[in-house]
Design a protein around this ligand. Structure first.
Ligand SMILES: O=C(O)C1=C[C@@H](OP(=O)(O)O)[C@@H](O)[C@H](O)C1
Ligand SMILES: C=C(OP(=O)(O)O)C(=O)O
Length: 417
């Protein structure tokens, strides 16, 4: 699909039913690929077909002589590869899209420099591109190096450092400073590292990694809970009597975005776990909802759109990291919600509010801002009226089959060039 095209979406008015295929988790996939490369083997099953994951695979397979690697718009690829390339002593320029060159990476580079890596900024200090100078970190062997790392910008720096910890002669101790966001992603890193034989403890303010080598292991990636959130939104917005089955999700997940189960229970969706995955059905929503997104930032757009469309007043906190993701997601939400009569109001002190307001879906065009989650969070509104999504190919970052799955579920999906 051409990035310049648009998609017209509409719905017949009957209840939603059947099942939908999810991609595999890109967060699990991209960690497993880095760890597999460091472990020197093991089989990974059900890897994501997301561009972020295919990109990670391609870049890891590049010959050591490659002089430039392009992480495109993939945060995990940029951050995890920076640490991986530093520990493996590669001399290479690591770059990304224009937006990636605005997403900060100074916290990670400072930490790697303290370990002895030589990394230079080629444009703006603190941001990609990075020139890695091929000097392997060589901290003293006797004891773990202790690094102080801010946790309030991105947890991806912490995950990146954790994953190279077993390769350091004395291991690594990370002292996390400030408010630590996206904590479940740190725990996911720990769980995957342990699965591959590493010794790693998350003690809250401190994360310890022992210098104990990874062992090759097999791992089957779970379905992606962030991607599941869009199907939750569809069930919340669909006509009465709707349901959907999502195979490939586990009841005991390593993904923090499983928080969507509890959040959507308040916005009218019941989750039932079975052997094959989950079944989503409808129930009456709560009168008002308050939700902290500090640890599940990728769910904020989905939930804001559902609240606006269903008229359930929503208070959102913990949105700090949204401004430095694929786009400024707060600004993008404000502009797009306004097209329907909705709003995301900044109340100060980190509180935002989606008020209950008249909300009408009647042929609006949604700008997607190079952000897959803008496209997927607004698409479910097509259940309430016709809608056009601009530059729909953005979904390839995490859920390339999203539009095909909407078609299978019964949406009329018409490409316009
Ligand atoms: O580690 C990961 O796989 C991710 C961590 C989160 O980022 P932050 O830690 O920057 O919030 C999340 O938003 C991103 O989609 C994936
Ligand atoms: C923020 C995201 O990804 P990343 O930071 O890995 O680019 C996302 O997928 O919503």
């Amino acid at each position: 699909m051409d990035t310049s095209s648009s998609l017209h979406l509409s719905w017949s008015g009957r209840p939603l039913s059947g099942s939908a295929q999810l991609p595999a988790s890109k967060s699990e996939s991209n960690r497993a690929l880095i760890i597999q490369a460091l472990a020197g083997g093991g089989q990974l099953h059900n890897l994501s077909d997301a561009n972020d994951t295919e990109l990670m695979q391609r870049l890891l397979a590049e010959p050591a002589t490659a002089d430039t690697l392009n992480a495109e718009d993939a945060g995990t690829v940029m951050r995890f590869l920076t640490a991986y390339l530093a520990i493996t002593g590669r001399q290479v320029l690591l770059t990304g899209t224009a937006r990636m060159r605005q997403r900060p990476i100074g916290v990670l580079v400072d930490a790697l420099r303290q370990l002895g890596a030589r990394i230079d900024y080629t444009e703006q200090a603190g941001f990609p591109p990075l020139q890695l100078q091929g000097r392997t970190p060589q901290p003293p062997a006797e004891e773990p190096v202790e690094l102080r790392v801010r946790g309030d910008i991105s947890s991806q720096y912490i995950s990146a450092l954790m994953m190279i910890g077993p390769q350091l002669p004395g291991g690594l101790r990370l002292r996390l400073l400030g408010k630590v966001g996206s904590r479940p992603y740190i725990r996911m890193t720990q769980s995957l590292m342990q699965h591959f034989g590493a010794q790693c403890r998350d003690l809250g303010e401190v994360v310890e990694v022992r210098p104990h080598a990874y062992q090759p292991a097999d791992y089957t990636i779970e379905g992606d809970w962030s991607a599941a959130s869009y199907w939750y939104a569809m069930v919340a917005l669909a006509p009465a009597g709707s349901s959907i089955v999502l195979p490939g999700l586990r009841q005991y997940s390593w993904q923090g975005d499983q928080a969507i189960v509890g959040i959507m229970a308040q916005l009218g969706v019941v989750t039932e776990f079975g052997a094959e995955g989950v079944t989503l059905t409808q129930q009456a929503p709560a009168l008002a909802v308050e939700q902290d997104f500090t640890h599940c930032p990728d769910l904020a757009q989905t939930v804001a759109v559902v609240a606006a469309a269903t008229g359930v007043p929503l208070v959102l906190t913990g949105l700090e990291s949204l401004r430095i993701k694929e786009t400024d997601r707060i600004a993008a939400l404000q502009i797009e919600l306004a097209k329907f009569g909705g709003a995301l109001l900044d109340e100060g002190d980190g509180r935002f509010r989606v008020p209950s307001a008249a909300f009408q879906v009647s042929g609006q065009s949604i700008d997607t801002y190079h952000d897959h989650r803008m496209a997927m969070a607004f698409a479910p509104l097509a259940l309430r009226g016709p809608l056009t999504i601009l530059a729909p190919a953005v979904v390839r970052k995490s859920y390339p089959q999203f539009w095909r799955e909407l078609g299978t579920a019964g949406f009329t999906v018409t490409e316009q060039t």
